[in-house]
Ligand binder design. Structure first.
Ligand SMILES: [Zn+2]
Length: 104
């Protein structure tokens, strides 16, 4: 289990979700990445993990319209395309942060 972020901020103008971790690492996750990596059952095949959603179909003016903590382990993100079933665990956010950072 990852420790929860100490802060999550939506930077709407930049389309970036800024996540601050207890170890002071700050990840800036692009909305497009988050939306395309949505882990819910309609965007991703539950068994194979294969992506069902076509990233090209994501609207360019993507905005976050809601953000809700799910217990102490995840955050649920709601988008202006009407999609809100994606639960992003801290592990997932952390992994996406690694990914957007690229190889160290
Ligand atoms: Zn989804």
């Amino acid at each position: 289990m990852s420790d929860p972020p100490t802060n999550i901020r939506a930077l709407q103008a930049d389309q970036v979700l800024e996540v601050t971790w207890p170890d002071d690492r700050v990840d800036r996750l692009r909305y497009h990445l988050l939306r395309s990596e949505c882990p819910c059952a309609s965007c991703r095949n539950e068994w194979t993990g294969e992506r069902v959603l076509d990233p090209a179909s994501i609207r360019p003016d993507l905005k976050l319209v809601g953000m809700e903590n799910i217990g102490t382990y995840a955050v649920q993100l709601a988008w202006n395309d009407g999609h809100s079933s994606g639960l992003f665990s801290w592990e997932t956010l952390r992994a996406l942060g690694d990914e957007s950072r690229g190889p160290v």
